[in-house]
Design a protein around this ligand. Structure first.
Ligand code: P6P
Length: 338
């Protein structure tokens, strides 16, 4: 029986019933995250009408200017989740270090990792942006959260997903039982199930990469992208190039239509020798989602989900999307095609 139109809370509770000894803590975490996303969606959709565009004047850990909406999203999620009693720490792209849940808030076993507002450089030009999230269970029973508890492989994620603030606001998430998409109906303030059990096509006809970095790439990366442009590689046509410059938008389109998103190592660029995207906050969550949808994510050599981070903000080359496309990219990067 289709569950089309089911609310996200009903869906979480239905999945919770399928997990023995589930305490409801995870469902509580996700429910509050949904409330935070509704608040962020409201602000994103009125940006431009009020003074929420522009910069705060601060510089984040990456040396990037902090957008007002970045900060709003970061603070909103923290404010909503710190009182749930199910988190012990939060990792945010907007914060250099681990943020432990402070007294007097009670703490729980989960660690939230997030990019509060990815693609924020697109806010002022009205391009879709998103929130990326990931949930891990801590290793220790209590006490201060150790860095080792945060630097876990993506395969250890309990849940992952994203909100995309575009023509409509959507939530896509997985807990390891498939990938499900919900669309926000502002008139009732609810996310309703609109894309049940999403599966990405095994091979696509779209590639997403910033070709402006072509001269920074290794020769094998260039060979792969040149291959995609040959006139007969996709039913007698070249692949179509689609690049929004907003990771969540590019990923979401490829998840539904098939294709590959790449942010290679700009090995000849001293600023981005390992590419631009972050392993913990961006690559691992989306790798979990795409794997659950039948796709694959790689750093060009090995599965993203197998990579143990060495630091919170470690960057990683990312090839993600339809499994046949990503596997082909790996073959090119191994030099199997000269
Ligand atoms: P470039 C946005 O700033 C972001 O972090 C991702 O959302 C996006 O995929 C990428 O950077 C775009 O980077 O170097 O192509 O502008």
């Amino acid at each position: 029986m289709s569950s089309y139109g089911m609310t996200i809370v009903e869906h979480l509770l239905m999945k919770q019933q399928q997990i023995p000894f589930a305490t409801g803590a995870f469902s509580r975490l996700m429910s509050e995250l949904v409330v935070a996303a509704k608040l962020i969606s409201r602000e994103v959709n009125k940006a431009g009408l009020v003074d929420i565009y522009g910069f705060t004047g601060e510089i984040n850990v990456y040396g990037e200017q902090v957008q007002k909406l970045d900060e709003y999203a970061h603070k909103t999620i923290i404010r909503r989740l710190r009182h749930t009693g199910v988190l012990c720490a939060i990792i945010s792209e907007e914060s250099a270090d681990i943020m432990e849940i402070p007294e007097p808030f009670s703490r729980g076993p989960y660690i939230l990792v997030m990019d509060p507002l990815d693609g924020s450089s697109n806010i002022d030009v009205n391009i879709s942006i998103g929130t990326i999230f990931s949930v891990y269970r801590r290793k220790e029973e209590g006490g201060p959260v150790k860095l080792e508890e945060v630097l876990q492989r993506g395969a250890k994620q309990v849940a992952a997903g994203y909100f995309i603030y575009g023509s409509s606001t959507m939530m896509v998430y997985t807990t390891g039982q498939g990938v499900h998409g919900f669309t926000l109906y502002p008139s009732i303030g609810e996310f309703l199930l609109s894309h049940e059990n999403i599966k990405i096509p095994e091979r696509g006809k779209i590639y997403s990469v910033n070709e402006g970095n072509y001269n920074y790439w290794d020769e094998n990366v260039r060979r792969y992208v040149d291959y995609l442009k040959k006139p007969d590689v996709a039913d007698g046509r070249p692949y179509t190039s689609r690049y929004v410059g907003s990771l969540v938008s590019d990923f979401h389109r490829n998840l539904l239509k098939g294709g590959i998103f790449m942010y290679p190592a700009d090995s000849k660029d001293p600023k981005k020798p390992h590419g631009k995207l972050r392993l913990l906050c961006e690559a691992s969550p989306l790798a979990f989602v795409v794997q659950q949808a039948g796709g694959y994510a790689s750093n060009g050599k090995k599965p993203i989900l197998d990579i143990k981070p060495n630091s919170i903000h470690e960057r990683v080359p990312l090839y993600i999307g339809s499994i046949e496309d990503v596997k082909m990219a790996e073959k090119y990067l191994r030099g199997e095609y000269q």
